[in-house]
Every structure is written in structure tokens, then in C-alpha cells.
Design a binder for this molecule. Sequence first.
Ligand code: ADP
Length: 322
Amino acid sequence: MKRIGVFTSGGDAPGMNAAIRAVVRTGTAHGLEVIGIRRGYAGMIEGDFVPLGPRDVANTLQRGGTILLTARSAEFKTPEGRAKAAENLRRAGLDGLVCIGGDGSYRGALKLLEEHHIPVVGAPGTIDNDLYGTDFTIGFDTAVNTALDAIDRIRDTAASHERVFFIEVMGRHAGFIALEVGIAGGAEVIVLPEDPLPASVCAEVISQSSAKGKRSSIVVVAEGGYEGGAEALARDVKACSGIEARVTVLGHIQRGGSPTAIDRVLASRLGAGCVDALLSGASGVAVGEVDGEIRLTPFREAVERRKDINRKKYELAKVLAL
Ligand code: ADP
């Protein structure tokens, strides 16, 4: 193996740059040339390639987003689009690829491998933590801390005005971010897709909190936890109980910002782990960290197996909301 490509794809996540940097520097340390592919699969189809040396990734470790840019490409979902991408990769002499992205990006990488036999491995870059085969994904810890900072601020207002706040956090179909910030932010109720809560039950818990002497309440709602999100839940809670609440949807602020130390270290390990995996002849695998060790999981398993939330943490959250 002489020359490898690295790209970021799908939603951006803090720590992607730390992963790119680790791929470039580990690759260089092993005598490989590293080529950056800009704008994910879209740039692969257009041949938007740029050589990356160790100095090109200087001063990127602490930066959010991705210096290689990211995109969603409908064309890559077609066999013709992938054939174009594969032709560009071959022409550039790339013997292996590192894909940093979420489950959609992994699905695309698998197709590239199956149809065009290009060795590819992946690192989990998504704030949602919804990929099997790794305890945490790159960007999750930063997103949790960003959301928590916002919740702490909202709690000041909630407590001062004796109000109920519904705060919607990201996570797509998973409740990892909501569970983590719910515990860390002392939420009275956490609404997760893994345990959908009817509005009437949510209203009941808020009423009980108030009866126990709590003058304000924070309800953390995962975006996939209630049909229509926090706005709809607040509306339905009001309809069935009369409880008035304010709603804050945190949205994209959770995706940006400088990565935490945890995300920088995780991204560095997984980026380096991707190069090691390619050099050892592995392909079609996602590189993750499980119990502190690097673990390789076939792409298909990584995207198809559902990673569950930690149920013990969820039970703890309910006890601590007493
Ligand atoms: P993420 O990687 O964050 O889950 P997306 O789901 O948007 O983000 O996927 C990123 C890109 O991966 C898509 O724009 C598309 O080009 C490619 N992709 C996703 N799913 C497939 C698929 N089933 N087949 C081929 N390419 C796919």
C-alpha cells in the first residue's frame, strides 16, 4: 500500500479534524502518501483531491467542523455515480480509503468496496453516538457538553421564573445525547425514542414534581423521542393537563464548536486505528473503541445492529429526579 485517501461525509461532527490529522500523520509515519478528498462522495465523483502532508493538518486539532468539507451526494447513491468515483480513485492511484462519517457514509463505503473492490475502513464521525461497534462516536462528547451548557443557562431562567421548560436535543432516532445531558443537567423528565412517553405520563411526572415542592422543571426531549418533537409534546401536555411550558430547540449549535479533550483523543486513536487497519489488510470494517480497546466491526454490522442506551443510566436518571 502506497497511497491512501481520507474523506469526511454526512453530518459534520467536532473531532473530525483530529481524525483527519491522525490519518495524515500516522500514514506519513508509515511511509504512505495521504490524499484528502474534499466534500465527501460528491468530491470523489468530481475528483476534488488534495495531497495532505503533516504540516497541512497543523492547527486543526482544536477546530470544529471539517477542513475537508462534507456533503450529501444523491449521485453517489446510483451505480453510475459510484463508477465515476471509483474511476477517479483508481486514476489517483489510491490503494485504500478512510471514511469518517455516520451510518449513511458507511453504507456508501460498503457499496464502493463490494462493487469496485476498493479497500475502505471507517471511523465513526457523528454526534448522535448511534453506531454499533464503538462505545462512543467522534463528536458525541462535545455535543453533550454544548447542550449541557445551554441547559444550565435555561435552568437559571426556569428556576428564577418558576417555569417548566422543554428542551429538544439532537440524536436522530437515538436518545444518547438526551440521556447524557438529562442526567448531567438534572432533568425532571427525559423523553427518549428508546422508551417513548405519552404526553399524559409526562404531564403526570411534572405535576408530581410540583407537588413534591419543585418550583421549576426541565424536560429533555430527544428529537426522535416524540412525534413532532418538543413543540408537539409541550402542546399535548398543555392540552391534557393545562401545564404551561416554554420550549427551546437547541438545533445546530450542538454540531459545532471546538472538540473536547475526550473527542480529540478518541478521534486521534480511531484515525490512527484506521491506518493500522488498512495496513494490516483489513477492509469493510469500522474502527471503534470498546472498553478502551480498538475494535474492528464489519460495516454491515455497524449500521444494522442497534446500539441500545444504557438502561441502568436511564433508571438512575428517574431516581435522581425524585
Ligand atoms: P451520515 O454518514 O452522517 O449518516 P448520510 O446518511 O447523509 O450521512 O450519508 C452520507 C452520504 O453517504 C450520502 O449523501 C450518500 O452519498 C452516501 N450514502 C448514504 N447511504 C447510501 C447507500 N445506501 N448507498 C450508497 N451511498 C449512500
